[in-house]
Design a protein around this ligand. Structure first.
Ligand code: GLP
Length: 261
């Protein structure tokens, strides 16, 4: 796990955007793993700017989103299919039907989960997965207690996650769905490179566990300690509880240029 502590979201966007841009330049038909939430927005904005400057194209790329609420109507603005289009994919040049997400409106949700994992595998697997992290340590919507080997499936959101996300539903907790379909921890672990972004004091405890805690289903993101290529981009506040912060800073500052991220 490589920890990079940056001064602000703009720098996170620049560095993270560079990782995506380098990938789609080297491999135009790359398979991207996209996440909703506020954490990836700086990276998406950076990529839109690069696209508008003619530096990068997603015309041949494909993308899979992490998760979806169960039961939100197709035209609901907070459906993650709509959110990712508004935040990123609709602002660049993805081809029609090249962006997929779990089907939270499927009649058979169990089958929808299995079909989603099969679609990712058929596309050749995810080359680069962007992740945020919940205040309770969830990645995707894999809440505490999730199987560390889980596949795409239904999950029940915790009260804390529904409170965290109520801001997207006019602060009406009752409007936040109770269930979701999410890529499992085992599914996420198959991505070849994982880029996790966290900003703000509210994420400091989850980041501490993610990087320095014991691997445990109680802090689901800790499974990433078993992944060979994870890059964690943090601002100062999110990094504020890291015990080895000085070492991570020194390591990044003295990193050989040929290593890349
Ligand atoms: C949400 C999403 C996650 C996201 C996380 C953090 O509930 N399901 O994919 O990473 O919670 O969200 P944010 O980045 O807005 O803090």
């Amino acid at each position: 796990m490589e920890i990079v502590i940056l001064p602000n979201s703009q720098e996170i966007g620049r560095l993270g955007g560079g990782v995506f841009a380098d990938l789609v330049t080297a491999k135009p038909d790359a398979v991207l793993g996209l996440a909703t939430g506020s954490s990836p927005l700086a990276i998406y904005d950076n990529l839109v700017a690069r696209h508008q400057a003619g530096e990068v194209s997603f015309a041949q790329a494909r993308a899979f989103t992490l998760d979806e609420y169960v039961g939100l109507p197709a035209d609901h603005p907070e459906r993650y299919r709509s959110v990712i289009e508004k935040d990123f994919t609709g602002r660049v040049d993805f081809a029609p039907d090249s962006v997929q997400g779990p089907n939270g409106l499927a009649e058979d949700l169990r089958a929808a989960g299995a079909e989603y994992d099969a679609a990712i595998a058929a596309a050749g697997g995810v080359d680069l997965q962007i992740l945020g992290i919940g205040t309770d340590g969830h990645i995707g919507f894999n809440e505490p207690g999730s199987s560390l080997a889980s596949r795409t499936r239904i999950k029940t959101l915790t009260h804390q996650t529904r409170l965290d996300n109520a801001r997207f539903f006019d602060n009406d907790l009752d409007a936040v769905p109770v269930h979701c379909l999410t890529q499992g921890l085992g599914t996420i672990m198959e991505a070849r490179h994982i880029l996790l972004v966290a900003t703000g004091q509210g994420k400091a405890e989850a980041v501490h566990h993610l990087v320095e805690g014991a691997v445990s289903a109680m802090w689901p993101g800790t499974i990433l300690q078993h992944h060979p290529h994870v890059t964690v981009l943090l601002d100062e506040a999110a990094a504020s509880r890291l015990q080895l912060a000085a070492y991570y800073r020194q390591t990044y500052a003295s990193k050989p240029a040929w290593q890349g991220l």
